[in-house]
Write a protein that binds this ligand. Structure first.
Ligand code: SAH
Ligand code: F3S
Length: 432
């Protein structure tokens, strides 16, 4: 009989992909259908994130609630980055948890559900991670890992400790996976890695090195594939060749994440980001000069240890100059296994909150101006979802959310849309 799976996914796009991987693995050997109702689930999984402290604290309160509400024989599993970094401690603290699978161990899910108390949190390379799953949440978009782990050592970041060292996935496997998805209806691929534009520097075998730019060129040859997106590139590896490919390849969506973290070069050095304020600005200027309607998103951390009021102004200055369309902003959160947690001059929370507020306020002004500037322009939109109110939703080529009146005939098609109305995070328009 069909069993029911309740799965909650926190954190980044890689976790979303890992969740797809878990579902596919489960369905290789069992038959699970997904449910949103916890009380009817036979298997409950939380796919966790550990980049900041708050979600970790939330995990244990949530597990407690799940344990009270679940069916008596339902199993609970904790997967993802918090599983990697806390391991056995999770079961010690919440003994009703049945298994713990780290971010690089999700392919062991079938074994885990049969093995009470199993904890697998190895971060070494394991080729079963290449065994791409045949399940995707979206009809028109497939997400594909191109590398696992991260070799950088940003001093605030726990990811290298939870996802292990960086390894590139052989390009023939990536291309094969995309071709398979395109055959079953995908139009767009979302390439995933912690540091995508460092692709090709290390493989698990001794094959020749290659580059992300070359991979993009190869992927864009796939017939039937219409759009390519990727996250996250690292500003340090944005060489001219990469930016020129981004600008000139018509299949690459003109939206790019350029994670700033901080605007001040001394702070960036303490963060070990490897670039300066000037380099960051120069890269963004180059991108904008080649792609005028590009949308640039970023990640910002305020109140990194030792960041003075004056140094923080550099972050505002970069925001003012680049005019990001989306900012994911965070207060610095001290993490285990990271050098920054032991740095002197940790910043009090009230100052961090004030800085965060200033980032949010400045960004809102830009967001409104950018979105209103789109009114009257025409964008190519890939439609993917029919809403109950008769509107159809899709993303423009520069990845802005667009709604039009229409029917399911638009689904899966790329159609020109003239923008008639702008809101802070979405646009309305008419098919032309
Ligand atoms: N490889 C990705 C980063 C993954 S972590 C990249 O370079 O974009 C996602 C984001 O979480 C980071 O970019 C950073 O802004 C934020 N982050 C990571 N560690 C953090 C910490 N200790 N405190 C606050 N934010 C953090
Ligand atoms: Fe983290 Fe820096 Fe890698 S932010 S994921 S260590 S590039």
């Amino acid at each position: 009989m069909d069993k029911k799976l309740f799965i909650e996914t926190l954190g980044c796009a890689m976790n979303v992909r890992d969740t797809e991987h878990i579902i596919a693995e489960l369905n290789k050997h069992h038959s699970y259908s997904q449910t949103d109702i916890l009380q009817e689930a036979d298997l409950i999984i939380i796919n966790t994130c550990s980049v900041r402290e708050k979600p970790v604290a939330k995990l244990f309160s949530e597990l407690g609630v799940f344990n009270q509400k679940k069916k008596p024989d339902a199993k609970i599993g904790v997967c993802g980055c918090t599983a990697s970094h806390l391991g056995q401690q999770i079961i010690n603290r919440a003994p009703y948890v049945d298994f713990v699978l780290g971010a690089r161990n999700v392919s062991k899910i079938s074994q885990a559900i049969e093995t009470k108390g199993m904890v697998a949190i190895d971060i070494n390379n394991d080729e079963t991670n290449y065994d791409f799953a045949d399940f995707r949440t979206s009809q028109y978009r497939c997400s594909v890992n191109i590398s696992l782990g991260c070799d950088k050592s940003c001093t605030f970041c726990i990811v290298p400790a939870t996802r292990g060292e960086e390894i590139s996935i052989p390009s023939e496997l990536i291309i094969g996976e995309i071709e398979k998805s395109v055959k079953s209806g995908a139009k767009e691929v979302f390439l995933l890695g912690q540091n995508v534009n460092n692709y090709g520097t290390r493989f698990s075998d001794d094959r020749e090195k290659t580059s992300f730019t070359q991979l993009l060129k190869d992927i864009s040859q796939i017939e039937g594939l219409e759009r390519i997106r990727f996250t996250s590139p690292h500003p340090l590896h944005m060489d001219d060749e990469f930016i020129e490919e981004f600008a000139s390849n018509p299949k690459i969506c003109k939206q790019i994440h350029v994670p700033l973290q901080a605007g001040n070069s001394r702070v960036l050095k303490d963060m070990k980001r490897g670039y300066t304020k000037e380099w960051f600005l120069n890269r963004c200027e180059k991108i904008r000069s080649l792609v005028p309607d590009v949308r640039i998103s970023t990640d910002i951390i305020v109140a990194f240890p030792g960041e003075s009021d004056e140094e923080f102004l550099d972050t505002l200055d970069v925001i003012e100059k680049v005019r990001f369309d989306t900012i994911f902003n965070f207060k610095y959160s001290p993490r285990p296994h990271t050098p920054a947690q032991n740095m002197p001059n940790q910043i009090p929370d009230d100052i961090a909150s004030q800085r965060l507020q200033r980032v949010i306020e400045l960004h809102k002004e830009h967001q409104d101006e950018i979105m209103h500037g789109y009114v009257g322009k025409t964008f190519e939109v890939l439609f993917e979802d029919l809403k109950p109110n008769g509107e159809v939703f899709g993303y423009s080529d520069n990845y802005t959310s667009v709604f039009v009146k229409g029917s399911e005939e638009l689904l899966g098609k790329i159609v020109p849309v003239k923008i008639t109305q702008a809101f802070r995070t979405s646009l309305k328009g008419e098919v032309v």
